[in-house]
Design a protein around this ligand. Structure first.
Ligand SMILES: [Zn+2]
Length: 490
């Protein structure tokens, strides 16, 4: 059986080990692309189910746009193309053929115009929007797409950075700047709600700096989370695109005053990266930990028996328990595999992070009780069968809260305010877990760049919720009104 590297020994290896033992994903023959295994995919589906509802509840509709984007379209917005030029997969031919050396690309099938595999869909969508939108009556246009995208990566890590990944991308068009800004902020709020209340990961909403914003956007907002090694991970982004794309793609509408105007746009997205955030926020040295509200499998019942007579009795009673708990969740597993011992089953479900395990054997049957085992704390609780449903319901809610609070406490314990450059430098050079450092910054990208080059710390965001105060830039000592978060990041 594979032994998990501990977080203290080697955090990066621990992350890869968790992915392996929990059977979330594996490397594929396609370099830089992963295979998401059934258990890992069930977690992504669980994310999708909740988030898709939230996106629809806020008025958006799902649609699907082509994977291939004509090069001329992708290059229409100049900042956008610069932002993605270095990581594009390009389709140049459309046919293979036999040759004496085996199958080759048919040189005669060269495309007259190359196609780009979408790195994101602003361009192809907005070209379409320009045909859909005619008057103010067509606005707002609120579209979401669940899709795969490709960004060519040289150094990859499962879920965090792969050449192909899965995501949702929302794209909207509005009548005014205020409406677009409100939409960008609203969707940041939806992501915040989802990540904090379902994934139990505390986040800080903020504004990205000019150098870190999305290519082609007016403003980019993000939510930032701290992983257990103190590094930051951006779990979602929302962009106010202004009229940059509207002008490049001629997305215009006739306003109520009869005048033709450009629309105001937003885009926003979260990806399978969130699975990486989930792993790194909560899991321990024994395996994955999934918060109950988002777990695809919340409860597993493991029957314990030795003789055939015990087996018959225990399984019959376990099935009754399973039926009873279905009020809480449809998907409750009774692990009645005969070829595995209870011990190896405990081990497997612990590695996979199933929130609650119910152990049930002849002794429990005799006492009319069952043993509940929490995955997060490993606490064992004996519960009378007639109280089981209520106890399980309460316990799942408690676990959800406890997992969030634990992550929040970790973040607070590893957050600092630093106002002195030498202290700041020493912090990032020497501290094992450097965490989030709140410091003043003048707004100049030279200071930002120099800090990044010297200390590998970047400005994660300018937190939205903060009081203005008089301070001095940590690097150049110029006047500053706001603190930003510096951190090492994924
Ligand atoms: Zn400065």
């Amino acid at each position: 059986m594979k032994k998990i590297t501990t977080r203290n020994q080697n955090y990066s290896q621990w992350y890869l080990d968790i992915i392996e033992v929990a059977e979330l994903a594996e490397n594929s023959v396609t370099k830089g692309s992963m295979v998401i295994k059934p258990y890992g995919y069930s977690i992504w589906e669980s994310f999708q189910k909740v988030l898709d509802k939230m996106i629809k509840d806020t008025g958006h509709k799902n649609a699907y746009f082509p994977l291939f984007i004509p090069k001329s379209l992708l290059t229409k917005e100049s900042k956008h193309v610069q932002g993605f030029a270095k990581e594009c997969a390009v389709v140049t031919h459309h046919r293979l053929k036999d040759s004496p050396d085996g199958i080759i690309v048919d040189p005669e099938s060269k495309l007259s115009e190359e196609l780009i595999v979408r790195p994101t869909s602003e361009t192809i969508m907005y070209d379409t929007f320009s045909k859909w939108i005619h008057s103010w009556r067509d606005l707002p246009l609120l579209i979401n797409q669940w899709a795969n995208v490709v960004r060519w990566e040289m150094r990859t890590r499962p879920f965090l950075r792969t050449t192909e990944f899965l995501w949702q991308e929302g794209h909207t068009a509005h009548i005014s700047e205020e409406e677009a800004e409100a939409e960008a902020r609203k969707m940041l709020g939806v992501y915040m709600d989802f990540v904090e209340n379902y994934l139990a990961i505390p986040v800080i909403p903020g504004l990205k700096t000019e150098s870190e914003k999305f290519a082609g956007a007016l403003r980019t907002y993000s939510i930032e989370s701290m992983m257990q090694d103190g590094k930051a991970l951006q779990t979602g982004t929302s962009h106010n695109l202004g009229q940059n794309f509207a002008k490049a793609f001629e997305v215009k509408f006739a306003d109520k005053d009869g005048k033709e105007k450009y629309v105001w746009q937003t885009s926003w997205g979260v990806s399978t990266r969130m699975v990486g955030a989930l792993i790194m926020s909560h899991s321990d040295d024994d395996g994955l930990i999934v918060p109950p509200r988002i777990a695809a499998l919340k409860i597993v019942i493991v029957p314990i028996y030795k003789t055939e007579a015990e087996k018959t009795e225990v399984l019959a009673a376990a099935k009754v328990i399973q039926e009873k708990l279905k009020i809480l969740d449809e998907n409750i597993l009774l692990d009645d595999r005969d070829y595995e011992t209870p011990g190896s089953k405990f081990n497997e479900w612990e590695k996979k992070g199933v929130p609650l395990r119910i152990e049930f054997g002849p002794k429990d049957l005799e006492k009319n009780s069952a043993t509940l085992v929490r995955r997060d704390t490993k606490e064992k609780i004996s519960v009378a069968l007639d109280e089981l449903l209520e106890k399980v319901r309460i316990l799942l809610e408690q676990m959800q809260k406890d997992i969030f609070e634990k992550a929040k406490k970790f973040r607070e314990e590893n957050s600092y305010q630093i106002d002195d450059w030498s202290e700041f430098k020493k912090h990032f050079q020497e501290k094992e877990i450097s965490g989030f450092v709140y410091s003043h910054w003048c707004g100049n990208d030279a200071c930002e760049r120099e800090i990044n080059e010297e200390l590998q710390a970047t400005i994660r965001c300018i937190p939205l919720e903060q009081k203005e105060e008089n301070g001095k830039c940590i690097k150049c000592s110029k006047e500053s009104k706001k603190r930003v978060i510096f951190a090492k990041a994924y």
